[in-house]
Design a protein around this ligand. Structure first.
Ligand SMILES: [Zn+2]
Length: 338
């Protein structure tokens, strides 16, 4: 640390003001004072490894389309300790009105989807889980009560993950293979926990448009990432909080233009178009029309592989193990020629 900073810290301490206790940051802990090994350690903790974008999608499709819904319902207000009926009713709308509306639309276009469901949401609406499963959709993990993982100690995060798996397995009839961390809040311990419980994929990170393998401190983990992005999420465009300055500024139909552009580019790149929606956000009358028109457009195009997130993951994991088997069976000269 430069001498002047050391003197400044000493002076502050001398007059009895501890910058950390005051809610500040000790000067030596400022990010610009970190040594290289420290910032490298943070960055390397979880990193994108090799791309798992396939040479071809099933059936020779040009593009894969993976639609997902985070069925948060009442859990976000509960997580925020907003326990009064007014706020909770907004989440209740998601389960009562929006999910049935969404399921009718998916059924009409025969589109399979993934539903990421907090365990408390599943316990509040067990019938919804059964209905989604019966319609052929995936139920995957989305925390216990939409907790912020980065605020938890590892034991608490593990406990909530274990309890969530038990609830989702019991209500859906099968053990979940994928997770989306609530609010995409992926802690320093999340990847280790995902490996510990042998999930196949995560869908919370943003280092690519295409699926990739996650690295932990530089080492491959075998965990597949199906990346998300706020651009392909309804909530940032449409969410309103009356107590803050947060107000929707995008007319719903504008989202159609943004997501069609995302889809068209994915098609050109023969890649993946992934979308994250929330029943209590997209499920309203003036908004469901966006999803309706998006699906109508995509369904009118040939060469689309509509898949749940677990199906995308299974396909890519299958390709990868085939390639590994082929590789191990090849002779040295075959590998050199390939
Ligand atoms: Zn959520």
């Amino acid at each position: 640390m430069p001498l002047r900073s050391r003197v400044a810290v000493r002076n502050v301490r001398a007059i009895g003001i501890d910058p950390v206790a005051q809610g500040g940051v000790a000067r030596e802990d400022e990010p610009w004072a970190w040594d290289e090994s420290r910032w490298r350690r943070y960055v390397e903790r979880v990193r994108a490894g090799r791309s798992l974008k396939p040479q071809a999608w099933p059936g020779g499709a040009e593009v894969a389309v993976a639609i997902s819904f985070d069925s948060d319902h009442e859990t976000i207000p509960l997580r925020n300790r907003e326990t009064h009926p007014g706020k909770l009713s907004q989440g209740e709308y998601g389960a009562r009105v929006a999910v049935p509306r969404i399921l009718r639309l998916l059924d009409h276009h025969r589109v399979p989807a993934s539903f990421f469901v907090p365990a408390v949401s599943a316990l509040l609406h067990p019938g919804e889980i059964g209905t989604c499963v019966a319609a052929g959709h995936e139920i995957a993990l989305h925390g216990w009560i939409h907790e912020w993982n980065a605020t938890l100690d590892p034991d608490t995060e593990r406990d909530l993950l274990m309890r969530s798996i038990d609830v989702i397995e019991r209500l859906s009839g099968s053990r979940p293979v994928g997770i989306r961390t609530p609010s995409w809040d992926f802690s320093d311990h999340t990847l280790n926990l995902i490996r510990e419980v042998h999930l196949t994929y995560d869908s919370s990170l943003m280092a690519d448009d295409e699926p990739y393998e996650l690295l932990a401190d530089g080492a491959p983990t075998g965990i597949l990432e199906i990346p998300v992005e706020w651009i392909r999420d309804d909530a940032p465009y449409l969410t309103m909080d009356r107590h803050t300055g947060t107000r929707p500024y995008t007319p719903p139909r504008e989202l159609l233009r943004i997501w069609l552009d995302e889809f068209e580019q994915a098609y050109r790149e023969r890649g993946l178009f992934q979308l994250t929606l929330h029943p209590h956000v997209i499920g309203h009358r003036s908004r469901i029309i966006v999803l309706e028109q998006l699906l109508e457009h995509i369904a009118s195009i040939s060469g689309v592989f509509f898949a749940r997130h677990d199906q995308v993951a299974a396909y890519l994991v299958g390709l990868d193990s085939e390639a590994t088997t082929r590789g191990s069976e090849m002779t040295g000269s075959e590998i050199a020629a390939s």
